[in-house]
Design a protein around this ligand. Structure first.
Ligand code: SF4
Length: 418
């Protein structure tokens, strides 16, 4: 799912749970990098009826059309006056002999035929075709080591195949994901950076965000044979609800589920449900995801325990808007034909869409990174993943991570590598 943030996500927005802060760059700053990222990750989509679509040109590839039951639901949503739109999907060559076969295991599984636009397929493997690029696997970055004055990283201490290795370089880019990037900086504390590397603001690890997300199972007899159902989005309530003036979030259809996914990803009680019951449900079911913006709080944070383990504290802040979105989605799905709509992930907490632990900005007192994701405190250290997000928005973050990474790479090329 490769969404651009909505233009409004770059500005300040009021939610019932608090304020979603503005970004130090605008949508227009990232737009050309979104264009490049969409080409790089082969995004299929349509500039059609999404009321929140920001100004943009056509997608690099046409949308994946709604199939079977999803096409029927999209039509019924339109009859209700809503604006169902095509999800922006990262798939390679759908329908071509060596391309994506639009199967029913896209959700939750890697693609066995390498037709999903993931980072390995679209960027890491192609990069390895260059002689100058080396990939170390089974290698764990333990600490970053600075020079005596603390203004440059000189080496990374790495455990590779169980052995300590020291890697020296003129430039370091940390990209471990929002939780682990923060943890690496905190682990790298030294005499100059006592509270963690690049942490003069005290914000490394703080403001951790992850979307408020609830999976919904809609029971819609009769049985149906729609194979690829992750194609439709409802963004009518992204900026305001039908009866409220604040944002609720985003709703999207999901790939078909099965008993294995339900037992592995559901709440503990889900494991005791017999497989035949799941099969009966999912043969007639359509799965959905309702997703609302999480808001930054300094108390939601990554820290290290005294023995070096990562501790993550998180408490939902914008729950009121999310509960409203879930209730609204359930009502909508009943109106378009569902007999029952059950929240099937209630109470499950995971780190999907993690962001915010090294926020970017122009003021070193209020941010960890500058607007090109270079740390304010250390000249040759960049953090390029979702750690830089000042707010989480309510659409999938991957394309924004890629776009900002391309922007940071251009900056590095023009400055440090010149
Ligand atoms: S898992 Fe299936 S739908 Fe997903 S990219 Fe691979 S072939 Fe396509």
């Amino acid at each position: 799912m490769l969404y651009r943030l909505r233009r409004e996500d770059f500005g300040e927005m009021m939610h019932p749970g608090g304020v979603s802060p503005s970004w130090p760059v605008t949508y227009e700053t990232l737009a050309p990098y979104y264009d490049r990222a969409e080409r790089l990750y082969s995004v299929h989509g349509a500039v059609d009826s999404d009321p929140t679509e920001p100004p943009r040109g056509p997608f690099p590839h046409p949308p994946i059309e709604h199939q079977g039951r999803i096409a029927v639901i999209a039509e019924r949503l339109r009859e209700l006056g809503l604006h169902p739109s095509h999800l922006p999907l990262g798939l390679l060559r759908p329908g071509e002999p060596d391309g994506c076969i639009l199967c029913d295991t896209c959700n939750s599984f890697p693609c066995k035929i390498r037709a999903k636009s993931d980072a390995d397929v679209c960027t890491v493997s192609p990069a390895l075709e260059h002689d100058a690029v080396t990939l170390w696997t089974n290698a764990y970055a333990e600490r970053l080591i600075t020079n005596g004055s603390g203004d440059k990283v000189v080496a990374a201490e790495i455990i590779r195949d169980g052995q300590p290795v020291r890697a020296e370089a003129p430039l370091f880019v940390v990209s471990c994901g929002a939780v682990n990037s923060a943890a690496l900086l905190l682990r790298s504390a030294n005499d100059v950076h006592r509270d963690g590397l690049a942490n003069s603001s005290g914000l490394v690890g703080r403001n951790y965000m992850a979307h408020l997300a609830t999976m919904l199972g809609a029971f819609m007899p009769p049985r149906h044979d729609t194979v690829f159902q992750k194609t439709v989005a409802i963004n009518d309530y992204y900026l305001r609800g039908p009866e409220t003036d604040y944002p609720l979030g985003h709703i999207q259809s999901q790939g078909r589920s099965n008993a294995t996914i339900a037992k592995a990803g559901g709440p503990p009680a889900a494991r005791g449900v017999p497989t035949w019951a799941y099969n009966a449900w999912f043969a007639r079911g359509v799965e959905w995801l309702a997703m609302s913006e999480d808001l930054p709080s300094p108390e939601n944070r990554v820290t290290l325990t005294s023995d070096g383990r990562i501790r993550l504290r998180w408490e939902a802040i914008n729950a009121e808007a999310h509960h409203e979105l879930v209730a609204l989605a359930r009502r909508l799905l009943r109106k378009v034909g569902a007999w029952y709509v059950l929240p099937i992930s209630l109470g499950v907490v995971n780190t999907t869409h993690q962001c915010g632990t090294a926020v970017f900005g122009t003021d070193p007192k209020c941010s960890v990174l500058d607007t090109w994701c270079r740390t304010h405190d250390v000249d040759n250290l960049f953090v390029v993943d979702a750690s830089f997000f000042p707010s989480s928005a309510a659409v999938n973050p991957a394309l924004t991570i890629a776009a900002q990474a391309l922007r940071a790479a251009d900056h590095i090329k023009d400055t440090h590598l010149r």
